[in-house]
Design a protein around this ligand. Sequence first.
Ligand code: ATP
Length: 200
Amino acid sequence: NQLVVGLTGGIGSGKTAVSNRLQTLGATVIDTDEIAHSLTKAGGLAMPDIQRAFGHEALLSDGSMNRDHMRALVFKEPEQRIALEKILHPKIRQLVQQQLDAGAPLYFVLVVPLLFEKGGWGELMDEIIVVDCPVEQQVQRVIQRNGWPETQVRAVIQNQATRETRLAGATQLIQNNGDLAELVEKIDFMHQKLIKKAQK
Ligand code: ATP
């Protein structure tokens, strides 16, 4: 049975930096955000259901999901969030399972940003890596990367699990509170550790 390593962390914590590096080192990365994105692009498998449930304004003229519209909608109306998740979640699960069934030469990294907010993923995972950094660093990184106003970044963080909740659920921790060179060193160390676990 192959090793499946979950990877999670708050917005802007550095999940993508970590998963990209692990992929470079030979891990097989399955990213649930990427899958959700592909399901909701033009011609994506979830688009017929989304149009049926949310109407035309849920789509851009090219047939992809209108992300700004849907983000605002599910932020305002929790029952709409549940409706969207009911469409997406089973499809994501199915595509994840397909990729797991295909096997990996070393080990899997399963990226689930909202692992501690949404149930049901933990049972697939042998280890859970949490990428952690102070909230103020998250805020600065996301402002820089996305150009969002600070209040928007903080609102998202407020809606996510707390740092304490994530730390309590971690079996492996990557502290991303230094520069990128330091992060790479920590990831390379983690990779060696995971390879040993995968060989057991
Ligand atoms: P999201 O949840 O929004 O997808 P994420 O957890 O995947 O975020 P990244 O995209 O990896 O986070 O990192 C957020 C931003 O911070 C990126 O622009 C990234 O290049 C930068 N960053 C990450 N780690 C560091 C670091 N140690 N030093 C400097 N910049 C960093």
